[in-house]
Design a protein around this ligand. Structure first.
Ligand SMILES: Nc1ncnc2c1ncn2[C@@H]1O[C@H](COP(=O)(O)OP(=O)(O)OP(=O)(O)O)[C@@H](O)[C@H]1O
Ligand SMILES: [Mn+2]
Length: 557
């Protein structure tokens, strides 16, 4: 009996022990999984990128319903690259030194700039690296015969002392440029074209004439004028009388003839808003995005550059707006797809085949960006400048600037073409391109009919906003290697930073853009993040060369 009681007691004890062990194990297990989940949810953890859409499946997305293709993932807050305290401090530093620029007497009188002008080896002529754009189709191949600089000899003789002198020389030369040009009057396009226009339209008070009166050597529109609003309204609602293909460029673009002499450049919908550049696709085979053109216009406007020709998103009817109005050449490329949609493929070197056709979906509806087409040659001359920091456009070659940190000294600062506003215009463009993630800036365009004191026109942003989960620091190479920046641009960036860049951009899109959700949230987060990175790059330059050594007031606002 006693034995039995003992066995009973010990088995109860054993079951209690087993129960306790099982309970503890289970508890530990559950607790640790919770911990994992908690960890995943903490803001500090590495954010998971939203589900990206592959190129091929992107083509299958119904176009105007593509917003639904965007899953509502939100990237967690990133860790900061520069503190906001430091950005405010930088602004104070920059502001207090604005009127205290480097004096030209910092240049050593025995130092000779001429020794750095390399021997120019040109097999053809004495053309500069710039050329006047013609209406010919331009391919990815270098069209102009860019002069070859014999940089190996230059690189050998450019020592640290020379670099310091060269920096002083740039300050001197831009200060002189400012003095020579600060009283320049703004020139507008209507005045330049006046005689030609008067022949065609004796009555010059047309809406087109009024708009091109607002296109000046400093900007391509004035956002505070009724002409700007009229222009957007025209692009949005103007009845299309003809649709023809634009021969320039490598991807499909359709010129739309609109009322009152306006022409619009249509880039049609191709991929959903959250389609990301495929990891194995180079920038030069990336497809153009109409929403990137639209978003880039808004970012440029918010930054106060006003250098992107105005454009809007428009919902077209592929049959009545395009096929019925198409020129014979374009009309030939229309067909009805197996799904009974109207499609066309156009003629161009990238994505103009039946498997990449542009289709009305659903029904006849097609989204696109429509940009005002500014007057071109032969009416108005443009200058197409090969970008010194252009990429190689090759899967196997790298560009010189990618491997030579002295590239700016050896190729840009010694080049007389950059001893004017172009140098800082190029820095503005690098800042803009970095924010919008544009790797495709192979050329810089400006209206040469305005003369030398003319801003770049920020054309062709269709390959921007390709990634939101990564920032390509190489776009900042001109700023990183040259370490020059325009005072007025810095001040505007700071103002925008204080108000919140993404907020300003999304407000601007929401108030003037009919197409919805042009930038998905992830892209908005990315532009704020990039603005901080841009400030941190400027901060590094300032720490290396001082505020006066980096910031230049060339008189351009
Ligand atoms: N809004 C505009 N006003 C005047 N000219 C324009 C405009 N947009 C484009 N162009 C002209 O058409 C050319 C081609 O346009 P764009 O660069 O947008 O096309 P693309 O297919 O991206 O070209 P590329 O493949 O060469 O980069 C420009 O270089 C410019 O000469
Ligand atoms: Mn392009």
């Amino acid at each position: 009996m006693r034995y039995l009681r003992l066995r009973l007691r010990s088995s109860i004890l054993l079951s209690i022990t087993i129960f306790v062990i099982v309970f503890i194990t289970l508890h530990v297990l559950i607790w640790s999984t919770n911990e994992f989940e908690l960890l995943e949810k903490t803001p500090e953890s590495v954010p998971k990128p939203p589900v990206a859409i592959s190129f091929l499946s992107a083509l299958d997305q119904p176009n105007i319903y593509d917003l639904k293709a965007s899953q509502s993932h939100t990237l967690n807050k990133h860790s900061s690259y520069i503190t906001s305290h430091r950005i405010h401090e930088l602004f104070q530093l920059v502001r207090t030194t604005r009127n205290n620029q480097l004096k030209s007497n910092s240049i050593n009188s025995t130092w000779n700039f001429g020794k750095f002008i390399p021997k120019k080896v040109s097999p053809h002529n004495n053309n500069t690296k710039t050329n006047v754009d013609t209406a010919d189709s331009v391919t990815m191949k270098e069209k102009n015969h860019k002069l070859q600089f014999n940089i190996t000899t230059t690189a050998k003789i450019m020592n640290e002392q020379d670099k310091i002198q060269l920096r002083h020389f740039i300050h001197y030369t831009l200060t002189k440029w400012k003095a020579d040009h600060e009283n320049d009057k703004y020139v507008n396009l209507a005045d330049i074209m006046h005689d030609g226009l008067a022949q065609d339209e004796p009555e010059l008070n047309t809406t087109w004439f009024k708009y091109i009166k607002t296109v000046t050597n400093s900007h391509v529109y004035n956002p505070n004028t009724p002409e700007f609003k009229h222009l957007l309204n025209h692009l949005q609602n103007g009845k299309i009388s003809e649709a023809s293909e634009m021969s320039q460029g490598t991807q499909i673009k359709v010129i739309l003839n609109l009322p009152n002499g306006f022409q619009g450049l249509l880039k049609p919908y191709r991929v959903p808003r959250n389609y990301q550049t495929q990891p194995d696709h180079f920038y030069f085979s990336d497809i153009e995005r109409h929403h990137a053109e639209i978003a880039a216009f808004h970012v440029d406007k918010i930054l106060g550059f006003n250098r992107v020709p105005p454009l809007i998103g428009r919902l077209l009817n592929i049959t009545s707006d395009l096929r019925d109005k198409a020129t014979e050449e374009l009309a030939k490329t229309f067909f009805i797809s197996p799904a009974n949609n109207t499609c066309f493929r156009g003629h161009c070197s990238y994505y103009c085949d039946t498997s990449h056709a542009i289709c009305g979906k659903p029904g006849d509806q097609l989204e696109g960006s429509v940009q005002v087409l500014l007057p071109r040659p032969p009416e108005v001359d443009w200058q197409k400048i090969s970008h010194p920091y252009r990429r190689s456009y090759s899967a196997t070659r790298t560009a010189q600037w990618e491997t030579n940190e002295n590239y700016c000294y050896e190729h840009v600062m010694i080049d007389e073409d950059y001893h004017n506003r172009l140098l800082l215009d190029m820095m503005d463009l690098a800042a803009f391109d970095f924010l919008i993630g544009n790797l495709d800036r192979h050329h810089m365009m400006r209206i040469s009919a305005f003369g030398i004191n003319t801003a770049l026109v920020h054309l062709d942003n269709g390959r921007s906003f390709g990634r939101y989960d990564a920032d390509d620091l190489s776009i900042l190479a001109p700023i990183r290697q040259c370490c020059f920046f325009r005072y007025s641009t810095f001040a505007r960036l700071y103002r925008v930073y204080n108000k919140g860049l993404s907020k300003l951009v999304s407000d601007s899109l929401n108030t003037t853009e009919l197409l919805q959700m042009i930038l998905v949230n992830e892209h908005l987060i990315a532009i704020d993040r990039r603005l901080e990175i841009l400030f941190s790059q400027i901060d590094i330059c300032i720490k290396t060369y001082t505020v006066q050594g980096v910031m230049i007031d060339d008189g351009i606002d």
